[in-house]
Design a protein around this ligand. Structure first.
Ligand code: FES
Length: 153
């Protein structure tokens, strides 16, 4: 099973809980951590499920709900907001046809918002999975989304 093979790569130390959670989530098509996986991780690390859940709920990169293949996170903090003269979140929402915290019907994208991701001097910014896109314009954002979707329309 997936979670077992990932756990076997880590020492049985609580300090690795974040790395394990990120690895498990990354390998799953639906991009989330299930309650069953929380139990297995807690057992392996000899810690409590509530400890694993507290880490899981703290990081916006992690989710307890099934999501799309690609996670889009639009930064909503003040520097991005101030420099966003075209409304990045609305541009992405309109392109995908979903609201934030929703997944497209083809399950290719889930749209989320995030706090500052440390690129304020190159705002506005969005992250898709592990990659950060900076200095976005409306055209640039749409071009990036089309590339992920794999077609032009
Ligand atoms: S405020 Fe958006 S990256 Fe810092």
């Amino acid at each position: 099973m997936l979670v077992d093979s990932i756990l076997n790569h880590y020492p049985k130390e609580k300090d690795y809980v974040i790395e394990i959670l990120l690895d498990v989530q990354k390998e799953k098509e639906d991009n989330f951590i299930s309650q069953e996986e929380v139990k297995k991780i807690a057992y392996y690390l000899d810690t409590t499920e509530s400890h694993v859940c507290s880490v899981l709920s703290f990081y916006t990169l992690l989710s307890t709900k099934p999501r799309g293949k690609n996670i889009i996170q639009v930064c909503k903090d003040v520097p991005c907001y101030v420099r966003d003269d075209f409304n990045l979140l609305k541009t992405v929402k309109d392109f995908l046809g979903v609201n934030f915290n929703e997944t497209t019907t083809d399950r290719i994208f889930t749209l989320e918002t995030t706090a500052c991701i440390g690129c304020c001097d190159e705002a506005p910014v969005m992250r898709i999975n592990d990659r950060v896109y900076k200095n976005l314009t409306k055209d640039k954002a749409i071009k990036i989304l089309k590339e992920y979707r794999g077609n032009d329309y």
